[in-house]
Design a protein around this ligand. Structure first.
Ligand code: CA2
Length: 144
């Protein structure tokens, strides 16, 4: 089972600013947690971050045939990107939407996810643990 974790814009700044919303943990530290849980469950992980919408779209397209599941924190592109939504729909690789924060409990513009309709499900509001929970969801993605 090969899992592709994709992280969108500004998530490279985690741990440096806005700790009241996102905590003190860095993206590199989250990656360690993801790799630990994945190893326990026998899954392989590729973990990437980009601030560029087109690069994220390209990675989603390239996942077909290479990864079993995409776990995507699209960050602000969650709320704006028809391009990412189309790429997820076209690639056909099961995709899990994740967020550190509970986007439904924040500003109204974060309530709408353009990618949600083409994702298998969402995990949001558990901080770094959203990523760990996503590993567990991903390895069981074909179970109902
Ligand atoms: O809660 C999440 O994981 C989000 O995807 C984070 C995005 C936000 O636009 C989404 O609505 C919810 C923002 C990521 C930016 O992270 C920062 C980290 C440190 C300092 C500033 C931004």
């Amino acid at each position: 089972m090969k899992l592709l974790f994709l992280n969108g814009p500004n998530l490279n700044m985690l741990g440096q600013r806005e700790p009241e919303i996102y905590g003190h943990i860095t993206l590199a530290e989250i990656e360690v947690k993801v790799r630990e849980r994945a190893a326990e469950l026998g899954a392989e992980v590729e973990f990437r971050q980009s601030n560029l919408e087109g690069e994220l779209v390209a990675w989603v397209q390239q996942a077909k045939g290479r990864f079993d599941v995409i776990v995507l924190n699209a960050a602000a592109y969650t709320h704006t990107s028809i391009a990412l939504r189309d790429a997820i729909g076209a690639t056909g690789v099961p995709t899990i939407e994740i967020h550190l924060s509970n986007t439904q409990a924040r500003e109204k513009f974060r309530h709408k996810s353009l990618i949600a309709p083409v994702c298998r499900g969402q995990i949001a509001g558990f901080g770094a643990n959203s990523y760990v929970l996503a590993v567990e969801a991903a390895v069981n993605v074909n179970e109902k």
